[in-house]
Design a protein around this ligand. Structure first.
Ligand SMILES: Cc1cc2nc3c(=O)[nH]c(=O)nc-3n(C[C@H](O)[C@H](O)[C@H](O)COP(=O)(O)O)c2cc1C
Length: 346
């Protein structure tokens, strides 16, 4: 409440990137958050679950992009997420696209971005994880990306021993070069290359698709390529491509509450097509405990949020866990494992 009435209002008065960098600075100061965390953390055993053998306190994770350079691991780990996805990490430092590249549409609870992977680079991130990892008690997924096999291999080799799992992002709408991996043969080649290194949990973050039959078929063949080549699961999906003159580059990705229905449709389609054995992380428009419950019903194993964290603030996971518990009570379900993943078609 305090967050929405006071802090979000204050941040909304600033240009979005200034607000974001101010928030990041605050999140890098650990002591006050340690104190606040006592009132945020809730251990609810009914919500415990796992993702490819990684134990999670709940299926509510943070999506990639909020902590691109792993600089807020310690503080973010206090906010009760089931896991954190950090990155996307790029091998060499790069500034990203020119500003303006971040827009908030508060009435739609949306964010539009054309960040273009600003990154401090692999070496910086490696050092940051080594420095902070000992304090962090929850699973970390590192999001990596690149436009060629060599750079993905380099990031994988150096980061996978330091984290619980890797998510390869082939779906940023702001990096045209990633489209090479929208070809199932190239994607298979990349996954097989990784599988020759080791068998740690590996997820591929897929692009969104619409309801046209050609798009559906391409999406399904991409998902098949992931699983046939040895990935453990998919993240469905990323922000949705959009044209917007307010961005310096004229186009970007739409994130936020409006994406939920398409996310549920995509998740349930992938679950029916791929069967029960692969992991699906639902991402896009997850804003409430109801959204989490519906995503699990559609066939997801976990959910990831970005925009809800901005609009609902540091207590978002606590609130979502309570909402999820209430929904489970209404449905007569006591444990998450009782949800029949994938039996509802959206
Ligand atoms: C400002 C911003 C930066 C993002 N950066 C990344 C990124 O680096 N890597 C990535 O995989 N997704 C990135 N995303 C996409 C989110 O991880 C997520 O897929 C998307 O926002 C949809 O989820 P949401 O509706 O919960 O925000 C970014 C999103 C935003 C708003």
């Amino acid at each position: 409440m305090l967050y929405r009435v006071l802090i979000l209002r204050l941040l909304s008065l600033m240009p979005p990137e200034l607000a974001q960098s101010l928030a990041e600075r605050c999140l890098r100061i650990k002591p006050p958050w340690r104190f606040i965390a006592q009132y945020i953390k809730t251990d609810i055993s009914q919500l415990n679950t796992d993702l490819c053998g990684i134990p999670l306190s709940s299926p509510i994770g943070l999506a990639a992009g909020f902590d691109k350079d792993f600089r807020m691991l310690n503080t973010l780990s206090l906010f009760d997420f089931g896991y954190l996805t950090c990155g996307t990490v790029i091998v060499n430092p790069q500034p990203g696209n020119p500003k303006p590249r971040l827009i908030r549409d508060v009435s739609d609870r949306a964010i539009i971005n054309s960040m273009g992977f600003p990154s401090k680079g692999l070496q910086f991130v490696e050092n940051a994880i080594k420095q902070d990892r000992t304090d962090v008690l929850l699973p970390i997924i590192a999001s990596i990306s690149g436009i060629d096999l060599e750079s993905i291999k380099t990031s994988y080799l150096r980061l996978s021993p330091l984290v619980s799992a890797i998510e390869v992002n082939i779906s940023s709408p702001n990096t045209a070069g990633l489209k090479v991996f929208h070809d199932p043969a190239r994607l298979s080649e990349m996954i097989k290359m990784i599988r020759e290194i080791d068998s740690r949990p590996l997820f591929i973050k897929l692009p969104p698709h619409n309801e046209e039959i050609t798009e559906i078929n391409s999406a399904l063949s991409l998902a098949s390529a992931c699983i046939d080549s040895g990935a453990n699961g998919i993240t469905v999906s990323n922000s949705h491509p959009i044209e917007d003159d307010r961005l310096s580059v004229g186009h970007g990705g739409l994130s936020g509450a409006g994406l939920i229905n398409r996310t549920l449709k995509m998740v349930s389609r992938f679950r029916s097509y791929l069967g029960p054995d692969i992991a699906i992380n639902a991402c896009g428009g997850i804003f409430s405990g109801d959204d989490v419950f519906n995503a699990l019903l559609a066939g997801a194993n976990t959910t990831q949020m970005y925009t809800a964290f901005i609009y609902r603030g540091p207590t978002v996971v606590k609130s979502m866990k309570n909402e999820l518990l209430n929904r489970m009570k209404t449905e007569g379900i006591t444990r998450l494992s009782e949800i029949n993943h994938g039996y509802v078609n959206y």
